[in-house]
Design a binder for this molecule. Structure first.
Ligand code: G3P
Length: 223
């Protein structure tokens, strides 16, 4: 499963990229606005941290077909490994289909049904991004929707990855890992919740205490 960071915070990206294997970074207009930085500058800063082998996904603001095409071509040329996120509106589907013919890498986003995800995959999207927690928030079944979409993509051997997005907690991520989701993008706090456990910290402290009680403070295996 690909593990992608859903943030534009360069400190968070630097920290988690140094500690874990991170397969990409996703942003959206809300995330970029939250960083209060020029869009181009932010993408270049992220690029400098993760390097060109790691994908960056950035989203168009345009809603009209011609404007989506213009903006998508601009974003696609910002760096080598660049995915253009396009919401699955009517004009968005049309743009995905036509941009794919030009070889642009595309992440279809703002997906709330398995139908939308299937149609975006059929249009040629490389990734389709269903929003788990926003579905849960309206008493719909976020994990169930992703499960259906993963099954559809796998059943028809489509060359598209489901990129589950919008998480409120690590348990939602775990439920999707259990059903074989292809990739997830989550904010830093969710990834950190996946990394840590209080008993890990307690165990490390206990190891040191037991060792130092016997061999003295500050001693180690190599001195
Ligand atoms: O990329 C989409 C994702 O960032 C949405 O997440 O938490 O705003 O619903 P959220």
């Amino acid at each position: 499963m690909q593990l992608i960071l859903d943030t534009g915070n360069v400190e968070e990206i630097r920290e988690l990229h140094s500690k874990l294997v991170i397969d990409g970074v996703t942003t959206n207009p809300s995330i970029v606005a939250g960083e209060k930085k020029n869009f181009l500058k932010l993408i270049m800063e992220i690029d400098e941290i993760v390097g060109e082998a790691t994908a960056i996904h950035a989203q168009v603001l345009s809603t009209k077909y011609e404007d989506i095409i213009d903006e998508a071509l601009f974003i696609s040329k910002l760096r080598k490994n660049m995915y253009v996120k396009i919401p699955v509106t009517g004009d968005g589907f049309r743009a995905i289909k036509d941009l794919k013919k030009q070889g642009i890498k595309i992440t279809a986003t703002a997906i709330f049904t398995a139908h939308q995800g299937f149609l975006a995959a059929k249009a040629g999207a490389d990734y389709v991004a269903p929003y788990v927690n926003r579905l849960d928030n309206i008493s719909a079944d976020g994990v169930g929707t992703v499960r259906d979409l993963v099954n559809i993509i796998n059943t028809y051997h489509m060359d598209t990855k489901v990129l589950a997005a919008s998480f409120k907690n690590a348990q939602q991520v775990l439920e999707l890992m259990k059903i074989g989701v292809h990739s997830i993008t989550a904010p830093a706090d969710i990834i950190k919740a996946m990394m840590g456990h209080p008993l890990t910290d307690w165990s490390v402290a206990k190891f040191i205490e037991d060792w130092e009680n016997e061999f003295g403070k500050g001693t180690k295996t190599n001195r």
